[in-house]
Design a protein around this ligand. Sequence first.
Ligand SMILES: NC(=O)c1ccc[n+]([C@@H]2O[C@H](COP(=O)([O-])OP(=O)(O)OC[C@H]3O[C@@H](n4cnc5c(N)ncnc54)[C@H](OP(=O)(O)O)[C@@H]3O)[C@@H](O)[C@H]2O)c1
Length: 323
Amino acid sequence: MKAAYVKQFGSEDAFIYGDLPDPQIGPKHVLVRVKAAGINRGDLFRREGTYPGAAPSFPFVPGWEVAGTIEAVGSEVKDRLVGQRVVATLAQGGYAELVAVHRAGTIPIPASLSFEEAASIPMVFLTSWFALVKVARIEAGETALIQSGGSGVGMAGIQIARHLGAKVITTAGTDEKTARALALGAEVAVNYERHDFLPEAMRCTNNAGVNVVLESVGGAVLTKSIAALAPLGRLVIVGNSSRSAEKPDLAALAAKNASFNQFSLGRQMGYGGVIPELEKILDLCARGKMKTVVDRVFPLPETAAAHRYLADRKNFGKVILRP
Ligand SMILES: NC(=O)c1ccc[n+]([C@@H]2O[C@H](COP(=O)([O-])OP(=O)(O)OC[C@H]3O[C@@H](n4cnc5c(N)ncnc54)[C@H](OP(=O)(O)O)[C@@H]3O)[C@@H](O)[C@H]2O)c1
């Protein structure tokens, strides 16, 4: 099969598009012919060798999420059919023509979703869903500050908070992205490269502050996010795109009786209960209650260009690879 892989950590130029052996399936696995693979910012960190946790073995094929058709099923798999359209989450290997996935990691794709849309959903929607619904327990009528509304996680967070009846204030790095965030349902979108979002967040909440912050940027944005919280507010950190070494100021949080959590989807996958939530999310997207945004699709041989596009912060929503 063809795949986009690296033989050592490095820049985008480390990507090789070439042949690797077809994956073999075990009795509980299905073989998926990949039609679309999602890119996540964590893939960039993994490619560089800066992602936390155990280093992968080489050749390393990134890719945590794919959508495609089932090509073969293992001897113990009774409820998946050859030819069926499925979306799947996996530990790695998505940037390829074929992947072997445990049957439990696959979900049939609702008819109204394309392969590209399906592949764009798992990582970012699950992350924002767990952060907002399970950790922050956001309620209708509350106000959420969704940082970096143009990131995949932010795009999903805007949708989820709106779906749950919350008012959304968001930020992004360009005017084009803030316009797209407003079109997606955010009430206020601030270009944080040019304007201070803190006074805007206070103005929008009549100086009460926001109830929930979904934070993925870090650094000065994190510090101001804490300042934007209302008393008893909830801050959920899911990322640190700026790679700042700054830690959340616990005294500033305590001064507001605010709570602080860090959510990791990878850890949650180890604890279980993720796939049923993904089924709910896919259903909401399929029924038009929430909307995923596929910003751009790159052919798999152009994986290096796709990673560069993300690194240059050009995307609004998700970038997809098509084998
Ligand atoms: N906890 C988890 O399990 C989990 C799961 C998925 C992702 N994440 C994390 O969530 C964050 C978003 O992931 P994603 O895949 O949605 O990312 P993405 O689509 O690549 O978006 C990242 C965005 O962050 C913004 N940003 C702000 N300051 C930045 C800086 N100094 N350098 C680079 N980007 C900066 C940029 O948009 P603007 O400039 O327009 O804001 C950029 O486009 C990442 O930190 C990722 O590691 C965590």
